[in-house]
Design a protein around this ligand. Structure first.
Ligand SMILES: Cc1cc2nc3c(=O)[nH]c(=O)nc-3n(C[C@H](O)[C@H](O)[C@H](O)COP(=O)(O)OP(=O)(O)OC[C@H]3O[C@@H](n4cnc5c(N)ncnc54)[C@H](O)[C@@H]3O)c2cc1C
Length: 337
């Protein structure tokens, strides 16, 4: 197994940021990963998936290990359900399509999310009313310091909104090598709670949608709203949608009667970060090649040659202006490295 030196990561992150890995290796199996970990004597390696949720702000001096562990299988079927496993390096969207081809439901709303299966639990990926945790069964992960394999059930992952234990106390401790989901084989629970999906299905004359109809509607909506990283560098939503206590929301509503909001459970109200950013006049703005996307203010884009530091500077200015106007501090969803 080779450890290469000075490898460009530009093609390996969807922002298209120029950054080098001082050391770089690709692993295709858990045994291969363990072999690299045995060879490596430096600081804890950095695990790279599809690079779709990362902002590199400089070269990475550590070993970067790209997870290329493939494989997908239906492990078991029972009473309308199936347990499906996929290697951490599988492409997430291809995995969703494969599940649809096999008549398996539960992740159709998560169609077209870039990245790998192994990264999906890290921030509990979510879209259009569904989160990974809704179908998650378990995962296998290799501890980077020891090469030991560990299994994690749902409780141990401590999933939250765009969050898990792997983004908190266990950040950078493990490489997720395999994920098992529990999907439906019949009587699928169709989730069209998002108005945009209902509207798209209606426009297509579909009144009794199946899982593939929902997947296709989600893909069409995403293609119309989100920039394609192949055309313009980005990492999807740059910030999380903030959740504020009810009393704070009431104060904000008195000042900004048109404030967009959603219930977030347990006395909390969710306010779309994109709306807050737009109200501060950032939508479509750019500083050099670092920009705020013209169709969706929540997405920061690289118009060409922006550096990670320039994008981070833009993000900071956005955070400051939202804090000044609304008293809310936006937190990044993207991992700044
Ligand atoms: C256009 C676009 C749209 C998007 N839409 C959504 C969306 O709707 N919902 C959503 O939730 N996200 C969305 N994202 C964000 C992103 O696609 C997800 O967060 C995805 O899960 C990241 O996967 P990745 O393999 O690219 O991870 P990377 O960006 O490579 O890594 C992200 C983090 O996870 C760590 N990591 C990666 N793989 C592993 C592993 N196997 N084991 C341990 N740590 C690992 C990395 O070290 C890093 O800290 C979008 C991104 C883009 C570009």
């Amino acid at each position: 197994m080779d450890i290469l030196e000075n490898v460009s990561l530009r093609q390996l992150n969807t922002f298209g940021i120029e950054a080098n890995a001082r050391y770089y290796a690709e692993v295709h199996s858990t045994a291969g990963l363990q072999e690299i970990l045995l060879q490596w004597r430096g600081a804890a390696p950095f695990i790279l998936g599809g690079g779709s949720n990362i902002l590199f702000t400089g070269n990475v001096e550590r070993l970067v290990i790209r997870n290329c562990i493939r494989g997908r299988e239906i492990i078991r079927r029972d009473a309308g359900r199936a347990w499906v496993a996929a290697g951490g390096g599988e492409n997430w969207h291809e995995f969703v399509l494969w599940c649809l081809d096999n008549g398996l439901g539960g992740i159709e709303n998560l169609s077209l999310i870039p990245g790998t299966v192994g990264a999906a639990p890290i921030q509990n990926i979510g879209a259009y009313g569904v989160e990974l945790q809704d179908v998650f069964h378990s995962l296998e992960a290799t501890e980077l310091s020891s090469g030991m394999e560990h299994a994690f059930g749902r409780e141990a992952c401590r999933f939250g909104y765009r969050d898990s234990v792997f983004k908190g106390p266990l950040r950078g401790v493990y490489c997720i090598t395999r994920v098992v989901l529990e999907l439906s084989t019949e009587g699928h629970k169709i989730n069209t709670s998002y108005g945009a999906i209902r509207e798209m299905l209606e426009n297509r004359g579909i009144s009794d949608p199946g899982i593939r109809d929902v997947s296709e509607a989600v893909m069409a909506i995403r293609r119309s709203k989100l920039p394609d990283p192949a055309l313009i560098g980005n990492a999807g939503s740059f910030f999380k949608n903030p959740e504020v206590p009810h009393w704070q929301f009431e104060q904000l509503k008195a000042l900004f009667p048109g404030i967009v909001h959603y219930p977030a459970g347990e006395g909390l109200v969710k306010i779309p970060a994109g709306w807050l950013i737009e109200q501060c006049g950032w939508k479509g703005q750019r500083i050099g090649d670092a920009g705020c996307y013209e169709k969706q203010a929540l997405v920061l884009v690289n118009h060409g040659r922006a550096s990670g530091a320039e994008l981070l500077q833009l993000a900071q200015e956005i955070v400051d202006s939202v804090a000044e106007k609304f008293g809310i501090r936006l937190a990044p969803e993207v991992n700044v490295v």
